[in-house]
Design a protein around this ligand. Structure first.
Ligand SMILES: [Zn+2]
Length: 315
């Protein structure tokens, strides 16, 4: 008898990877380049790691971590110590967070993740086609113990607060100059189902008046009505319109789900975003991780057990 075999457990909240590698092709939002991407299985403890297959003379691996973020102007862009970068990672990171994928290699042959239709819907489909595989290790999560916040002094702010279980997101945007957007608020508890049904579909958006300026900065070369909602004053220029009235604030929620996953594990806490963007969320994660008293690392199984027992006692 081998006692070790009997101790092998498939944890309920286990680490997960892809069952098979899955490729796709698409255009990069800012480079305008056609990019091949392959998502691949990775061992326990890997996290999400981007691999630039077109870079062979330098370190081509870039971990998807908040302290590797090098640019947040129009997307979340990661870089490593050799200066090798990968941009527009946030919607894919949202899908990986939403679907609970803890370990994966993401190979790209250019400087960006393909934008696909501007949402996370295609990434969800790709992950589901590849299949999800449980790994023999319980998931660790970062539990928020006290409020951490960042206010840019110009009306935008972000905060992480303690929450009983899982991740909750509250987002507010306000674009008074455009009646199609206006003020929108959205709240959701993040689960695999809520991500797939209510968040993944929402496309990135931009303003027609900004497009020339972005292009002159070398950005948004791949942006089009095929992969972004473009707003011109009080109109949406896309012939099909929006996918929902609140697609704008839901997309900001998707960005937050993706950016928060750069902490390297799921968060047990409540995120509040007010008119915020990638820069604010990254600043918040840096403040959080610099303050050891603001969080603890828990394993999800233990956490769930404790929550269950205390609920029964108070009932
Ligand atoms: Zn986005």
């Amino acid at each position: 008898m081998n006692a070790e075999i009997q101790t092998m457990t498939l944890y309920k909240n286990c680490e997960k990877t892809l069952q098979n590698a899955i490729p796709c092709v698409g255009v990069g939002l800012h480079s305008g380049q056609k990019i091949h991407m392959t998502m691949k299985p990775a061992p326990v403890g890997t996290g999400i790691v981007f691999v630039r297959t077109d870079v062979t003379d330098k370190d081509n691996r870039i971990p998807a971590k908040y302290d590797h973020v090098v640019d947040t102007r129009m997307c979340s862009c990661l870089g490593n110590k050799d200066g090798v970068i990968v941009g527009t990672i946030e919607h894919l990171m949202g899908a990986l967070n939403g679907l609970g994928i803890t370990n994966a290699f993401i190979e790209v042959d250019g400087p960006e993740v393909p934008l696909m239709d501007g949402s996370a819907a295609d990434f969800v489909t790709l992950i589901e086609c590849a299949g999800v595989m449980n790994q023999d290790e319980p998931v660790k999560a970062l539990k928020i113990l006290k409020e951490v916040s960042f206010d840019d002094g110009k009306g935008a702010s972000v905060a992480l607060l303690p929450a009983d279980n899982g991740m909750e997101i509250d987002f507010m945007i306000d674009f008074p100059a455009s009646s199609v957007i206006g003020r929108q608020e959205y709240s959701i508890a993040l689960t695999e189902d809520s991500f797939k049904d209510s968040i993944a579909y929402a496309r990135t958006f931009g303003f027609a008046k900004d497009i020339d300026m972005l292009r002159s900065m070398g950005l948004a070369k791949g942006g089009s009505l095929e992969n972004a909602v473009v707003v011109d004053g009080n109109k949406v220029l896309n012939p099909e319109g929006t996918r929902s009235e609140n697609e704008f604030v839901v997309h900001k929620t998707l960005d937050a789900v993706g950016d928060l996953y750069q902490v390297g594990m799921p968060i047990i806490g409540r995120f509040e975003g007010t008119k915020s963007g990638h820069m604010h969320t990254n600043m918040l994660l840096r403040l959080l991780m610099a303050d050891e008293g603001s969080y603890e690392i828990v394993t999800l199984d233990e956490y769930d057990c404790r929550a269950y027992r205390s609920n029964r006692k108070s009932a």
